[in-house]
Design a protein around this ligand. Structure first.
Ligand code: KG4
Ligand code: ZN
Length: 340
């Protein structure tokens, strides 16, 4: 059973073919538009949609020819229906529906955040339900309890900026390029602790929520005061990155520990772009405590990719319902998967 996965929710065109019968990836192709959006300091939805249109067919052709597969062998097509940017989502949905129509194959709508989460099942088969998940991306920061595939209870989420967004905005303020997460991670390695530290907003609140916008503002004040002193050297930029990243990880770790304890769970799956951060992984693995384990997809499967959509599409095949509409849901909640 071969499932083609199509991911276009933001600025990555991801296309992959997954062989569900043998649990094997046949091909994965990814094109990142990051350099284009870097000029603007963030994703421009219209440009992203146009670039998906340009890149879709060449990527699909490359995947098929590199793997020696042909279109007729595909049994189903899965695409990201949401959440994400409406224009880019529409491009993927249109390609998926057109391919399904031409090949007379089922087309499965996939929830982007569920796909981030389920990808861990492919890369870490030791995962057992129930477990906790911390989904950390450019658009979301969600702590949820997972009872089984498709059954998610959101325990907490960000009340303002998503954690990836905070990385991106902080990087922009420091003059670093987009996407900011990997840049801040790199600079943090050279950075060291200073005589200042940033706040950890809502870290002690009796819930499972996060807040990053105050932290970001606090970084802005620090940058402004360092500039006033005429003093924003490369070393200081690295130190600010170091302190910012530590503050973010402290918040994520603290609420995750609380949720694991309160809900008597012993495994947490981290996924989404920010879960590619090595320091985050190091600290979770070290500081969660012996009775808990942190599980992650491979680094290349944390950020957006077509494989996670193909893999999730295969898991959802039995839910397939015929429908001819091209419909996306930019604000689809993880708890509303059944209702589309
Ligand atoms: O999951 P993803 O690829 O796209 C969304 O669904 O949003 O996540 C992208 C986000 C960006 O904000 C990016 O800066 C962040 O993930 N990111 C990282 C790292 N790699 C990507 N943040 C921190 N450290 C990283 N190594
Ligand atoms: Zn994503």
């Amino acid at each position: 059973m071969l499932v083609l996965g199509i991911e276009t929710s933001c600025d990555e065109t991801g296309i992959a073919l997954y062989d569900g019968t043998n649990n094997k990836i046949v091909f994965e192709c990814l094109y990142s538009q990051a350099d284009k959006h870097s000029l603007y300091g963030g994703v421009v939805p219209e440009l992203a949609a146009r670039d998906h249109v340009n890149k879709f067919l060449p990527l699909l052709k490359k995947g098929l020819s590199d793997s020696g597969c042909c279109l007729k062998e595909i049994d189903a097509i899965a695409y990201t229906k949401g959440p994400g940017l409406r224009g880019p989502l529409m491009v993927g949905a249109s390609f998926a529906k057109s391919l399904g129509f031409a090949l007379n194959k089922p087309v499965i709508a996939v929830h982007h955040m569920e796909a981030h989460l389920l990808m861990a099942k492919y890369d870490a088969p030791e995962l057992v339900y129930p477990f906790l998940t911390l989904l950390v991306s450019g658009g979301h920061t969600i702590l949820a309890k997972v009872d089984k595939s498709g059954s998610y209870k959101i325990l907490g989420q960000t009340i303002d900026d998503a954690v990836g967004e905070a990385f991106d905005k902080t990087a922009k303020m420091l003059g670093l390029k987009y996407p900011g997460g990997p840049e801040i991670e790199k600079r943090s390695i050279q950075g060291k602790s200073m005589n200042f530290s940033f706040p950890r907003p809502v870290i002690n609140s009796d819930d499972y929520n996060f807040s990053f916008s105050g932290l970001k503002t606090s970084v802005l004040y620090k940058i402004n005061s360092l500039k006033k002193e005429g003093n924003l050297s490369e070393d200081l930029i690295s130190n600010v990155c170091f302190e910012f990243q530590n503050a973010v990880i402290d918040c994520l770790l603290h609420k995750t520990k609380k949720a694991l304890k309160d809900f008597s769970l012993n495994q947490v799956v981290l996924s989404g772009g920010v879960a590619a951060n090595k320091e985050l992984r190091r600290r979770f693995s070290k500081e969660l405590g012996e009775e808990y384990s942190a599980i992650y997809p491979d680094f290349s499967h944390c950020t957006d990719n077509g494989t996670m959509i193909a893999f999730t599409g295969f898991e959802k095949l039995n839910l397939y319902k015929e429908d001819n509409k091209i419909f996306v849901n930019p604000r689809w909640s993880l708890e509303e998967i059944a209702n589309g």
